[in-house]
Design a protein around this ligand. Structure first.
Ligand SMILES: [Zn+2]
Ligand SMILES: [Zn+2]
Length: 293
């Protein structure tokens, strides 16, 4: 697999430019990530969300509830609308799969807010119900809306990471309920930390433990390695539930935007895992309830 720049801490713009050169077939997706990078920069200067709902509201509502559960998000709808329109244009221009159906689609502000709320909850059904009557490919719309939520969710992660319960014993994100995009084997002791690509949340879990079904029997937990020597990237698998997660050896926490790049750069691992019959759950790990104003 390619991955020549993986693991090096060069600045994200050079990484994007390098990948555009190395992997021209990723041009469309890299164009979208370039837009997201600019939106994330804007968001760090000017916080895009105010959280309401009280301290640890969700944790009091039900066991296993992530920190966003039961909270309200106050957002700037004009900013969401601008980002949505920029991403729609970039997706059409880059010929992202299904994006031609977005031609001429300019959702109103309330629809942008509704789509954002659905994406925060990972409610694919609601996104499909908006897409179908408008003749839009729901996969393409879901991809765009997922990216629209990232500046908001990154800010939620920044606000809530310090409140994550130590020893969070679930495979899904303790902040936003998504399944992690990868596991880091971090530092010299190779502690296993799960990372969420949506809110950048991180939480430490046991090494020999399936994050989906809780399997601990080491004979049923395996790994697929593509690159030798070094084993920098691999896939951790479970024979009990046929689940997999990508895993990366790293000295330090992977910076937020780089999680998106690492996910893309290790797409061959997803292909190999799926070819061998392993998969990842659709949707989120917990039925998140959030309100958006
Ligand atoms: Zn998360
Ligand atoms: Zn399992």
């Amino acid at each position: 697999m390619h991955g020549t720049t993986a693991g090096l801490r060069t600045d994200p713009d050079s990484r994007l430019a390098g990948l555009q050169h190395e992997r021209p077939e990723w041009r469309a997706w890299l164009g979208l990530l370039g837009q997201v990078r600019r939106a994330l920069d804007e968001a760090t200067r000017d916080a895009p969300v105010v959280l309401t709902g009280g301290d640890d509201a969700g944790a009091q509502l039900s066991p296993g509830a992530p920190l966003l559960h039961g909270r309200g998000l106050e957002l700037d709808a004009r900013r969401l609308e601008r980002l949505m329109n920029r991403l729609i244009d970039t997706a059409i221009e880059g010929e992202v799969a299904g994006a031609a159906s977005l031609e001429g689609y300019r959702p109103g502000r309330s629809e942008v807010v509704q789509l954002t709320a659905a994406a925060v909850r990972q409610d694919q059904q609601e996104i499909a119900e908006i897409a179908s009557p408008a003749g839009i490919d729901s996969g393409a719309l879901a991809s765009v809306v997922h990216l629209v939520t990232l500046p908001v969710l990154h800010e939620c992660g920044r606000l809530l990471q310090s409140r994550v319960t130590p020893g969070w014993a679930h495979g899904y994100c303790p902040i936003c309920a998504a399944w992690p995009i990868l596991a880091e084997r971090r530092g010299l002791d190779r502690s296993r930390r799960l990372r969420c690509v949506r809110c950048t949340g991180e939480w430490e879990v046991e090494s020999l433990w399936c994050i989906y079904c809780g399997e601990r029997e080491h004979r049923r937990l395996g790994s697929l390695v593509l690159e030798a020597p070094g084993e920098m990237h691999k896939v951790e698998t479970c024979d009990s539930c046929q689940g997999y997660i990508k895993s990366v050896a790293t000295l330090q926490a992977i910076p937020p935007f780089e999680l998106l790049l690492q996910d893309l750069e290790t797409v061959e691992l997803d292909i190999v895992a799926r070819e061998r019959g392993f998969g990842r759950p659709e949707g989120s790990g917990f039925g998140l309830e959030v309100w958006i104003r």
